[in-house]
Ligand binder design. Structure first.
Ligand code: FES
Length: 132
């Protein structure tokens, strides 16, 4: 079936939906991000290190209210992979979307996987964590 659900699907169903091939891992320069338009969402794909560690977060920076997180600075804070906004420098945990500088703020993260060198995002692109 290549049919996509267009209605609101229950959250539990999203895990069974298809994956969208977005790009090759090698298309993302190590320790940088790129922006992908998946459906109507701007998603920042961030590659940590030289390998296949890739994260998908919303590209929207809630502090500057601009779609810029894919341009952020990739780093590490005590073993936590993070990206810092290029505007006001707040850092976000790439795994959870939690802002590391403000406990009250988090951004959506999306289901992602790497298969045969390709980065895939789930078709529904339902965030794993909701924005606050
Ligand atoms: S992110 Fe747009 S100028 Fe830096």
């Amino acid at each position: 079936m290549s049919e996509l659900h267009t209605s609101e699907a229950p959250r539990s169903e999203t895990m069974t939906q298809g994956w969208i091939d977005v790009c090759g891992v090698e298309d993302i320069i190590p320790n940088t991000g790129v922006c992908a338009l998946v459906g109507k969402r701007q998603i920042a794909l961030v590659r940590v290190g030289e390998g296949e560690e890739v994260y998908a977060i919303s590209n929207f920076d809630p502090f500057s209210k601009a779609f810029v997180l894919s341009r952020g600075i990739v780093g590490d804070k005590g073993g936590v992979p993070k990206i810092a906004s290029p505007i006001y420098k707040q850092s976000f945990d790439l795994r959870s979307g939690q802002c590391l500088d403000d406990p009250g703020v988090s951004i959506p993260v999306y289901p992602i996987r790497v298969r045969a060198g390709r980065v895939e995002i789930q078709a529904a692109a339902e965030p794993l964590a909701a924005a606050s």
